[in-house]
Design a protein around this ligand. Sequence first.
Ligand SMILES: [Zn+2]
Length: 465
Amino acid sequence: MTKTIIKGGRVLTMTDGAKEKRADILIENGRIADIAPDITADAEVIDATDDIVIPGFVDTHRHVWQTQLRTVATDWSLFDYFVEMRLSYSTFYTAEDAYLGNYVGALEALDAGITTLVDHCHILNTPEHAEEAARGLQDSGMRAIFCYGTFPNEPRVPMEVPDDPGWRHKTARELRAHRLSDSRGLVRFGFAPSEAEAMPFEELAAEIKLARELDAGAISLHAAMGSYAFDAHIVENLKKEGLLGPDLLFVHGSAFTDLELDLIRETGAGISATPETELQMGMGFPVAHRAHAHGVRTGLGIDIVSNYSGDMFLPMRLALQSTRALHNAEFEARKRAPAVIEPKAESVLRMATIGGAEAINMQKEIGTLEKGKSADIAIISTDAIHMTPSFDPVGALVMNARPSDISTVLVNGKVVKRDGKLTGVDWPALRSRFAASANRIMEGFRTVDITATAEATRPIMPHLE
Ligand SMILES: [Zn+2]
């Protein structure tokens, strides 16, 4: 049967803010065929009585490969992250580890109601890593843009690294031509230049041009990372060279000037704010609401799953409450008290759905529940103690919900989580394979002289104190 009806839910289509309406959703061949009360059809029925139904979340920035290093980054600065994650842990990743990180990480996201993921994948130690990391996303059933990362990782254990210094670009072409050849497929090709602000500008320009030649779905760039990038002005430089465009996705962006935000808006590029990373790592204040106020296409991202949870609930709340704190502090500074709290919770629910879709130019396909769009849907139960009662569905989603409340998830009309359980996943068996991978990487990491690696790395971050 190719028809499904989601019956009786409290539907937030996200087309007119986050207004609730009682409706059924008819799904045919992966698409939303109708949204109306009391639809009858010969179809599989998913009972959503009392549940909240929303478009699946869009996570616009995650390094999915780090999933099996959960909890190692709890107290890290960006410097620690660079030294330990990017220059140490990563160097022990085999292609199998990259597969497992991406496969399990995508399952974690689906479990939390995320149906689209932008994977900024900078674990490509060998060409096989690229194949395997992309395959991990494909096997999960997730909709994703696999952003092929060109960061020059140097493995510390023997691996089959090609002698040709140009292998990273060659492998990108091969991946695009074969595994990710479908520009409209569930997992699409994207690009992640090495490190936008740290690499020579000519190299960045060449990588952006290569990404465009390969018709990358998104070009993911870490940029304007607060105190780590006071004077980078990457957007102004890209503007001068005529390289700005709607395919660019700027990640973090706390240090963007108003002029840069205006330039981003004018060219239709997107921003992914990752509030938890920015707040923890001294990367400036999350830009989400400031970018949105400038009219920029703004989404939220989770970023570092080796540190925090892989769901959209916390980034929504952190973006919201930190911005409210800033707003309230303006009153406090004048010895006044705010009579009205800004911004409203609806703003972050928007960023986590249609805002994210806009940031990656997929708003015509996903991000809202509308006739003709892909049936990427999350159904959230309100049965749990912490969800009872749920008078206001926005308050329930932004302030109270947890991944365990996500009962059912569909991607492209296919049920990937049903009644609280991922479909087709034998977690106990997968878990032992995943844990073995994690333990082996950890064993390798323990042989690294971190003090020496840190000393060698310090000069590239001149503002460190
Ligand atoms: Zn990142």
